[in-house]
Design a protein around this ligand. Structure first.
Ligand code: CDP
Ligand code: ZN
Length: 165
């Protein structure tokens, strides 16, 4: 590959962790999931939307969610993660990129993700204005080991593939 013909595809990786705390609305991928615990965070703590936002910004070389919305800014307290993702996508499109697909893993000992996966995919597709079959969501336990397995935290990872639009 030479410098004169830059690649028309870009891959991005996003990762996020939030600590489990007392009951609070549990938002995952923009969908509220019934649970007797919640995730701790400066914003609404939607760990999956944060990972997706970072994957998209990373793929387009546009930095990360913390650079867009510093957690030191009181304005960002309880900020809607869907709004942050939509703004990231506006920037990605403005830079000339469109999504091929996203694939995500949520690591949670509890609750089960699979019953909510279709609703989460639909909500993410709606926020990003892409086709629902471009979004994959999978749940995985922590096999009772590590911070996820001991139910101290929930993690999300996302890979995003972009094409030059
Ligand atoms: O069976 P294996 O050890 O590979 O995975 P697991 O972590 O025990 O999870 C088994 C299956 O449960 C996953 O493939 C998901 O379909 C589902 N799962 C889920 O929906 N939500 C979770 N938080 C964890 C697992
Ligand atoms: Zn986060």
């Amino acid at each position: 590959m030479n410098q004169a013909s830059p690649p028309a595809l870009r891959i991005g990786l996003g990762y996020d962790t939030h600590r489990i705390g007392p009951a609070r609305p549990f938002l995952l991928g923009g969908v509220e999931i019934p649970w007797d615990r919640g995730l701790i965070g400066h914003s609404d703590a939607d760990v999956l939307l944060h990972a997706i936002t970072d994957a998209l910004l990373g793929a387009a070389s546009l930095g990360d969610i913390g650079r867009m919305y510093p957690d030191t800014d009181p304005e960002n307290k309880d900020r809607d993660s869907g709004e942050m993702l939509a703004e990231a996508m506006r920037r990605v499109r403005a830079a000339g990129w469109e999504i091929v697909n996203l694939d995500c893993v949520v690591r949670a000992q509890q609750p089960k993700i699979s019953p909510h996966a279709a609703a989460i995919c639909a909500r993410i597709a709606e926020i990003l204005a892409i086709s629902v079959d471009s979004v994959g969501i999978k749940g995985k336990t922590g096999e009772h080991v590590g911070p996820v397995g001991r139910q101290e935290a929930i993690e999300a990872r996302c890979v995003a593939l972009l094409y030059r639009s």
